[in-house]
Ligand binder design. Structure first.
Ligand SMILES: Cc1cc2nc3c(=O)[nH]c(=O)nc-3n(C[C@H](O)[C@H](O)[C@H](O)COP(=O)(O)O)c2cc1C
Length: 199
């Protein structure tokens, strides 16, 4: 028996699984419009994240779920169930947030409203973009996350439409953002692991 086991007793199978299983982190694309740039930003974050090898990172594209506008249907569309199941399978999130009229997109708010318990007790990071780094949209999202029991981490990479995109459409991020993305992911992983113990 090792020193730690002697001190604290042997881990149960459940505890063992919790400490050895990799976390599942969804990188959620917040925009769905034709010609959107969010897939480029999401893939960039995923590329940085995958190199860490510390979790299973996946892109979660709201557009794939073809969610109706909340309240306009009887709510039986398979996409609604699939969306909830996808969220439930994740331990944490990174939101790719774009600023639309000083807030998040209607598509992201609609998608958030389509789930409840599936969000609870998880952590999230935010990567935003816009003319002022998408800061206003990100702050709105933080308020919403409080209501759905998602703990948003402090470090927040902000990308500028003027200096991180060519012609506001081709994503060419400046080097300086790398440290911020890494620090944000460090916080998301730490908090996602901690919050898993509550679920
Ligand atoms: C309806 C709409 C409203 C917008 N409002 C803002 C805004 O208030 N502030 C801002 O910085 N950019 C604004 N933009 C610019 C977007 O941030 C920019 O087009 C960005 O690329 C949108 O993300 P997407 O390409 O992933 O859809 C707006 C764009 C749209 C389509």
């Amino acid at each position: 028996m090792g020193f730690i086991e002697k001190l604290f007793g042997k881990q149960t199978k459940e505890e063992e699984t919790m400490t050895t299983e990799k976390l599942n982190i969804g990188i959620i694309l917040g925009s769905t419009r034709e010609g959107r740039v969010s897939p480029q930003v999401g893939e960039w974050v995923k590329g940085i994240a995958d190199k860490r090898g510390d979790a299973n990172y996946e892109i979660v594209d709201i557009a794939d779920f073809q969610l109706p506008f909340l309240g306009t249907t009887d709510g039986t569309e398979p996409g609604i169930t699939a969306w909830n199941e996808k969220l439930a399978s994740l331990d944490g999130y990174v939101f790719i947030v774009q600023e639309y009229n000083h807030s998040i997109t209607g598509a992201l708010k609609n998608a958030i409203d389509f789930a409840r318990e599936a969000w609870y007790n998880k952590a999230a990071g935010i990567v935003s973009y816009g003319s002022t780094g998408g800061a206003r949209a990100a702050e709105h999202l933080r308020g919403i996350l409080g209501e759905i029991k998602v703990a948003d981490v402090r470090t927040h990479p902000t990308l500028s439409l003027f200096t991180d995109f060519e012609n506001m459409s081709e994503f060419k991020p400046q080097e300086l953002h790398l440290d911020n993305v890494t620090a944000m992911l460090d916080e998301v992983i730490a908090w996602s692991g901690a919050l898993k113990t509550l679920r």
